[in-house]
Design a protein around this ligand. Sequence first.
Ligand SMILES: Nc1ncnc2c1ncn2[C@@H]1O[C@H](COP(=O)(O)OP(=O)(O)O)[C@@H](O)[C@H]1O
Ligand SMILES: [Mg+2]
Length: 386
Amino acid sequence: MTGARPLPLGSAIGILGGGQLGQMTAVAARRLGYRSVVLDPDPASPAAQVADQLIQGSLEDRASIEAMAQHAAVVTYEFENVSADAVAALAERVPVHPSSDILKTSQHRLREKAAVVRLGGQVPPFAAVGSPADLEAALSSLRLPVVIKTATGGYDGKGQAVARTAAEARAAVVQLLQVCDTLIAEEQVDLALELSVICARDQQGRLATYPAAENRHVHGILDVSSTPARASGAVLGRADAVARQVATGLGLVGVMAVEMFVDQQGRVLVNEIAPRPHNSGHHTIEASATSQFEQLVRMVAGLPLGDTRVARPAAMANLLGDWWGPDGTPPDVARMLAVPGVSLHLYGKAAARPGRKMGHLTAVGDTVEDAVARVLKARGDRPPTA
Ligand SMILES: Nc1ncnc2c1ncn2[C@@H]1O[C@H](COP(=O)(O)OP(=O)(O)O)[C@@H](O)[C@H]1O
Ligand SMILES: [Mg+2]
């Protein structure tokens, strides 16, 4: 089957955002013969360190949009908290993938849930909360405990609180309404496990998914991700099917992660979508023929979909700033790399703060248990601080 003409080699791929996801995308672009141009205010940001060109600035100013439109042949983004209106303005000048519509949907938890439900997915019972009175109505229909979340702006567990009692929910609502005028209250799911499925879809609508990753979060931040996920074939089949429905229904071009909860009854509930490479897909660098980053470059460049099979069991462990010493001393990387099968990725962030993603480790193994054991051995046993 023929597709659109691929982006000529040497063209620049624009990346909005300078974080580690942009860094790994820029490296993948370079390997495929493209250049990268990154937009970020910080010249020392992870992606700026490897990009061919940096536009130092923010999407909020017109000059940056203008510069990106001038220098990039196609544009993508590496985080969701960029202005969807600015991305839409940029899209009038240069192709942007995934679309600003998908970005907008993913930026607001109510729009996101409405889209998932419209496309046939299930979500945890929830209610919109714009005032303390809304919460009282929500509490009459929802079962405690509930999770109160800001509708916009949250990431890595920020902007949310778990409430075990009505009083705790009221306090959380008062506090979170100060940072966001729309909240959601949703039932806390009695989790069996969390899964994510990374989807890739090309400009002709061909779709591929990576096998689901099993994700363990600590304090709302991804800690360890492993694949194959230890869930039944039925659960994995449902997770894959719902991810495909959502990616297709939203008209994805590029790469998108669908995060899901699996409850004790084996129900698969969509938590959120992220229309970009995802922390739970990092193992695809070592364990798949085509990583999620190369896949994104292929999709925006009009190249064929790559193989999404995960050839070997793999596990990824994040290295948060908590693993650095109080004086900024890095962890002992030689000790980490002495564990067979382990790869290290450091993002080049200067300041280590608790909860900040500084890098990650990936291990491949003969079984998923083996891969998890290796990656945890490499990281050491000290858990992240509270
Ligand atoms: N309704 C819920 N039930 C159970 N756990 C939840 C719920 N909402 C959030 N969590 C936990 O918090 C993590 C982060 O929540 P999420 O909504 O994905 O926010 P973020 O945008 O910060 O990633 C989830 O991966 C999960 O571990
Ligand atoms: Mg999440």
